[in-house]
Design a protein around this ligand. Structure first.
Ligand code: 3PG
Length: 215
């Protein structure tokens, strides 16, 4: 799949590229490029860098400029300003913990494909009204886990989900076996202590393991 060009990506391309989208929290710009290289070496190219630290935007920019195999996305996008800032530094997709029309509109204006976060039927319906059929289920375990996804597969038969929140190596396979799950999201691929220790080999190994999960 030609995801490394500057052409716009669809949400489905973002979700289908690998079984897991890593949810990344970076506090140090120096970690960004070696971490991204390790993930790409392990087979994970879609990288969700969360807007939770003052360094997040600089980290995205460094990855977008210096790691050609990576596709940078912005996580924790909660406002139109977040979307604008992420697009400016080279993010190509966005993930939000919830959904508002303003965030959806801003992502469209800035050419970011968006995975809107949902946790209820009404939120799914609002996102669908605005044309979204690929959604993040957040927080997945806390909001009902695989059983909730099975229940949604009836009325929301045309929606694909990326469950995120409480997904681990222990339960990822169960989520991925569901027909309405295209991929999962999780922070376990980039442990905080591996970043601090510069243990890129560990991150690469975690990525490789994640990229080989069946779905
Ligand atoms: C988050 O918002 O931090 C993500 O949902 C990741 O959750 P996790 O740490 O449970 O994988």
């Amino acid at each position: 799949m030609a995801v490394n060009s500057n052409a716009s990506l669809t949400a489905l391309q973002v979700m289908r590229d690998a079984p897991v989208i890593p949810v990344i929290v970076l506090h140090d710009v120096a970690h960004a490029v070696p971490m991204a290289r390790a993930l790409v070496a392990g087979g994970i190219r879609m990288l969700e860098v969360t807007l939770r630290t003052p360094q997040a935007l600089a980290c995205m920019e460094a990855i977008a400029k210096e790691v050609p195999g990576a596709v940078v996305g912005a996580g924790t996008v909660r406002s139109p300003a977040d979307a604008a800032a992420a697009a400016k530094v080279g993010a190509r997709f966005a993930v939000s913990p919830g959904y508002t029309r303003a965030v959806g509109q801003a992502c469209r204006e800035h050419g970011l494909s968006l995975l809107p976060g949902v946790a209820t039927g009404s939120e799914i319906m609002l996102a669908q009204e605005d044309g979204y059929t690929e959604l993040k289920f957040f927080p997945a375990m806390q909001a009902g886990g695989p059983a909730m996804l099975k229940a949604w597969s009836g009325p929301f038969f045309d929606v694909k989900f990326c469950p995120t929140g409480g997904v681990t190596t222990g339960n990822a396979a169960e989520f991925l076996s569901l027909p309405n799950v295209a991929c999962v999201g999780g922070s376990w691929l980039v442990p905080a202590d591996a970043l601090v220790q510069g243990d890129w080999a560990r991150i690469e190994a975690l990525a490789r393991q994640a990229s080989q999960l069946p779905r």
